[in-house]
Each structure stands twice: as C-alpha cells, then as structure tokens.
Design a protein around this ligand. Structure first.
Ligand code: M6R
Length: 616
C-alpha cells in the first residue's frame, strides 16, 4: 500500500501535493518523494523517511510549478531508501511515474529490458514499468496514453499509477487495477487532482471520479477527462460523484476507526499475502525464500517459532499447520522467554520469527540469539526493510499493508496465510500430502477471501451481540485444535481494546479449573466448527449451559445442534479445518471492536499500548 497525490492546474502544486501526502501517510510512510514541473524545468526530490523528512529537504529547494506528483511509500520491492522511493524516471529522464501496487512479473520484464540496454537505479518493480512504457512509446512512436495502455497489457499484478511526460506538462495518464485512484476535477477542467483517496483535494473540489479496475484516464488541462478500458480500448462514460465525506472519514476509508477498516481489508490483504505465491491454476505454491532453501526446510529436525502477542498466536496456528500437514515438529516460544533461557538450538533447526512491525525488541533479540547459535532464521514480517526482516537470513513478507490500529487484525490472518503456504508446500514435498490433497488445499485457500467477505457481512448481527455483553466484567474464550490459538487471540483482542478481563483456553481445560467461574453472568465465546473435535466441544458447551453460562458460539454454516443450546450463534462458511482460523477469528475481532466502541474506549490507540514494542 502506498499513497499517491498529484496536481495539474493553475495553483502552486507543491503545497497541495505535500499536504495531500501527509493525509495519505496512513497508507505507508517509509519513504516519500515529489516531482515538480515549472515551465520546462523538472525537479525531483525523494528520501527515506516520512513526508516530514521530505518537507525538510524541500525547505532549501525550488517548490515552484503547477504540475506535481508525490508519493508516500509502503515498500514491497526493495528496502526503503532514497533510490527506491518514488517518483521514478525512465532511462531517458522524460517519463515520470508514481505507483501503488505490485507488478508480479517485473523480474521477467526487467531481464528483457536489460538485454535491450535499459539500466536500473532502484530495486523496484515501478522503475521497470516506467521503462517498459518508454520502450513501447519509442518503438511505436505513439502518444503516452497508448504507450501506458500497451505496457499495462503485459504486466501481471496490481496497480494505481500516474504518469506524465515532462515535454507535455499539461497531461497526466492514470490507470487502475486492484489499487484505488481518485481524480478530482476543478471548475471547467481548469485543474485536476490525482490521489489514492479524495483526502488531498477535499477542500478544492467535491467533484471526483473513482476509476474502476482495468480503466485508464487521460487527463488534459482544459479538456474533458477521457476514460477507456485498458484491455479492449472501450470508451467509458466518466461518472462524476459528489463527495459527501469529511477529511477524517476519507482517510479511514469511510470507517469510524482504522481497526474496523483493517478488519474489512482482510479479504484483500489475504489475497495480497498469497498473490504470486499461490498459483491455483497450476496447483503450485511458489515462494522464493523457501524454494531457495528447500533442502534445509525438508531436512529440518524441528521448527522453533519465536514471536510476541498476536504474532505468537499466529505461531501457535502454524504449529498445528506444520505438524499436521508437513509432520515437522514445532515449538512455539514467547520471544521474551526464549531470549533469556539459554535455549537448545541445533544446526538442523529452523527458527521462524513472526512480527508485524518487524521491530519488536524481544523478537529481534530472539533472532539475534538464534543466529548466534548457528540457526537458520526465517522471518515472517509485514514491514518491508524492518529490523527483523533485515536481521533474519531470509523470509517472506505478509504484504498486509500498513496496520495503523494498535490491535493486530489483518496482520494475524496474513501471517497465517503465509505460514499455511509454507506448511502446504513442505507437506507435499515431504510426501505427507498427496498431490490431490495439496491441490485441494490450494483451491480451498483461493476461496478464503470470498469466505472472509461472507463473515464480514455479519457485522450488524455481531454488533447486536456486543450490545448485550458490553458491560460484562469477564469473558471466556474456548476453542480446540486449530481454533485454540484463535480463542487466545479473541481474548487478547477483547482485553486490549475494551479493558474487559478475558481468558482463552483449550475447551477441554474448562473442567480443570475455569469452570468454577461459570455463572449466569459469564459470557463464554466458543469456537465449535464442524470438523474440529465438534462432539467434544458440544459437550463442553452443555457443561457451561448446565451452569447457566451464556454461550456465543462460532459454528459452521448450517449447524443445527449448537444452535439449539447456545444463546447466540455466528455462522462461518465451511472450509478445511486447517484454514478455519482465517474465518473464525473475524467475528471475534468484530465483537471486541463493537464492545470497545460501546464502552467508549479509544479503539485505535488503547491505553498503555504502542504499535511497535521496541522496548523490553
Ligand atoms: O509487531 P509484532 O507483530 O512483533 O507485535 C507483537 C505484539 O506486540 C502485537 O501483536 C500485540 O500483541 C498487538 N497489540 C496485539 O493486537
């Protein structure tokens, strides 16, 4: 995820674009850049860091001009540094691009361009795209719009791009597939704004066009915008919308809180986590960092997972995944304990460090300790170029995009997605998972985003349940097997944002103590999906009901047995048991969210917590 802000018109472009970028920083903030055109002069400034760092540089520089494109980056290809920051120029220096998204086949295109004499300054997929556009333009001696269109027909991936030619500073070409782009239109087409959302231009115009996937627009000063379909060139009649939202609502995508927005982003973030890795059409899983170390993985004696908080819960799900699908023994450790207890690590062990931020001090220390003991350390991080991503031997990014809410939501489901892909791949290569089962799991995984979407539709139902239990002083969460870690995660979510005391347990542990807590005031959230020790969990539910506890059950769609006993049921679609955490966790996130809102808590910034815990 990155933010794009651009301006073409009669005003000074710089203040509009720089303020716009600051509003878009929720989309990514590891580097920033801006290109300005003043008459025939172009100036380009980019830096690692936040938009405020870019502003400092700009203080000493020329900020004149009526055309500008700016970018705030969330790294996907190449670490955050000055060179990898956007905007990027083509080899001739004439074409400029800003890009939000991922070009999956950039490596193949890059190799071809290199054989034809192109050179690259950055590690980005974006620089490859702008040079591809340039090559098409030169070869066909065509207009920029046509060159962009032709180039885009040969890329695979997701993008929102804005491109211009410095010799024609009255025109910007934008295109979209997968990533958002809005165009603000000034009176009589005297000015145009281009941005990832409408926040950069809300005070200048309320007229906006949101491009649809596979559409491109040719924006020319003083002319009506022309939109066409990228693939078949069909003309599209521009649909100009009247913006009604205010600034804050726009930044949060219309949601009241970042947490809610991030919960709702999960269908997309799961796709982003497996994009280019899960090749459902060929029944394959491709992951460079695993493929390049495959003998290490296949010969591993055991996997040791180190992490904290929600990432530790994702590690627990991974324990079930690796043991069940690939028959590799796994130990999951709190990074904070691991680092201080002289752990036994052998050279044939693989240590996997899981961290959304990639900056958690305890996990980073655990990585360093494991490395010092000779272990091969694999990172599963979200933030590209973060300390843990750099310190580990190799790894796989989750590509969840920035997670702003302190409570981890999409980080959890994308971590599980990435770890499930690794487990499936190893299971198949080790002969533990037949080709047909492997293929079945791959197909099933490709259906998960739509199933998450289905669960999210129960939002209102869950809000009603939240209203009933918002004043409960305590709460219990129960699950078994793959859903035991989900119970822990549900309890953590409730604790951290609503300040209600909550505990998660394996359902069968109830009788060893916690059942003493059950009375008519105790809400118990039970994950009782069809394939997961269902009968045993049903018995646990009976035991709770016999003591007048209140049951909120997460069940498989169509369940009738639990519906008879429970006070409330929330249905999730059927899937392989190994993938149920990707679905069962969603209602628990929503339940915590609504309870916290109803209790008047600061959902995105709960008390005493921080997003990156960089202290011990
Ligand atoms: O950035 P990390 O994944 O390493 O963070 C680990 C924990 O601090 C984090 O998951 C924390 O527990 C969240 N607030 C949970 O929602």
């Amino acid at each position: 995820m990155c933010g794009i802000a651009g301006y073409l018109g009669f005003r000074k472009a710089y203040p509009i674009v720089i303020n716009g970028l600051q509003r878009l920083e929720y989309r990514g903030y590891d580097s920033a850049g801006v290109v300005l055109v003043d008459g025939n002069e172009m100036s380009l400034y980019k830096t690692k860091g936040k938009v405020s760092d870019l502003k400092k540089i700009m203080k000493q520089n020329n900020v004149e001009g009526n055309l500008a494109l700016g970018h705030t980056r969330w790294a996907t290809h190449g670490v955050p540094n000055d060179e990898n920051s956007h905007p990027h120029l083509s080899n001739s220096g004439n074409l400029v691009i800003v890009h939000n998204g991922i070009i999956e086949n950039y490596d193949t295109i890059k190799k071809e361009l290199i054989t034809r004499g192109y050179t690259f300054k950055s590690d980005t997929d974006t620089e490859v795209l702008i040079n591809l556009i340039e090559e098409v333009k030169i070869k066909n001696n065509c207009k920029l719009g046509y060159a962009v269109q032709m180039a885009l027909t040969s890329v695979v991936g997701a993008y929102a791009i804005a491109v211009f030619d410095i010799s024609k500073p009255n025109e910007i070409i934008v295109a979209k597939l997968g990533s958002p782009i809005a165009i603000g239109i000034g009176e009589n087409n005297s000015e145009f704004f281009v941005a990832s959302d409408a926040s950069p231009f809300i005070e200048y115009t309320r007229n906006a066009i949101y491009l649809e996937d596979e559409e491109m627009a040719i924006i020319k000063l003083g002319e009506e915008i022309r939109i066409r379909k990228i693939q078949d060139n069909a003309e599209v009649v521009p649909e100009i919308q009247q913006l009604k939202l205010n600034l804050e609502q726009i930044e949060k995508g219309g949601y009241d809180h970042f947490m809610l927005k991030e919960i709702h982003e999960q269908p997309q973030s799961i796709v982003d986590a497996y994009r280019g890795r899960l090749l459902a059409s060929t029944g394959m899983i491709k992951m460079g960092s695993v493929d390049n170390n495959i003998s290490r993985f296949l010969n591993a004696n055991r996997i040791v997972i180190v992490a904290c908080g929600t990432s530790w819960h994702a590690g627990l799900v991974a324990e079930y995944l690796f043991e069940d699908l690939a028959r590799i023994p796994v130990e999951v450790e709190y990074a904070s304990e691991f680092r201080y207890r002289n752990p036994i690590i052998n050279k044939d062990d693989i240590v996997i460090a899981i961290s959304q931020s990639g900056e958690t001090a305890d996990t980073l220390a655990a990585v360093k300790l494991a490395k010092s003991k000779g272990a091969f350390v694999f990172g599963v991080c979200n933030v590209v170029g973060s300390s843990i991503a750099r310190e580990t031997d190799t790894g796989a990014y989750t590509h969840a995009g920035p997670e702003i809410g302190v409570a981890s939501t999409k980080a959890f489901t994308t971590q599980i997605t990435v770890l499930a892909l690794i487990a499936l791949k190893l299971g198949n290569l080790k002969g533990e998972l037949s080709n047909s089962m492997y293929n079945h799991y791959i197909q099933e995984m490709s259906l998960i985003p739509a199933k998450v979407e289905e669960v999210l539709k129960m939002d209102k139902e869950i809000e009603k349940i939240a209203a009933i239990y918002k004043d409960a002083p305590n709460c219990l969460y129960l699950g078994r097997g793959f859903n035991f870690p989900v119970a822990l995660e549900g309890a953590l979510k409730l604790k951290e944002i609503s300040y209600i005391h909550a505990e998660g347990y394996p359902a069968a542990e109830m009788k060893h103590g916690p059942i003493a807590l059950i009375d008519e005031h105790m809400p118990v959230i039970v994950i009782a999906t069809k394939k997961g020790h269902y009968d045993k969990v049903v018995s646990n539910i009976q035991e709770i009901k016999a003591r007048n506890g209140k049951i909120i059950a997460i069940v498989t769609k169509g369940d009738t047995i639990v519906r008879e006993i429970a006070d409330h049921v929330i249905e999730i679609p059927e899937t392989e048991e190994a993938f149920t955490p990707l679905l069962s966790t969603i209602p628990l996130q929503l339940l915590s969210y609504y309870i916290a809102v109803m209790r008047g808590c600061n959902v995105d910034q709960p008390r005493n917590l921080a997003k990156s815990v960089t202290v011990e």
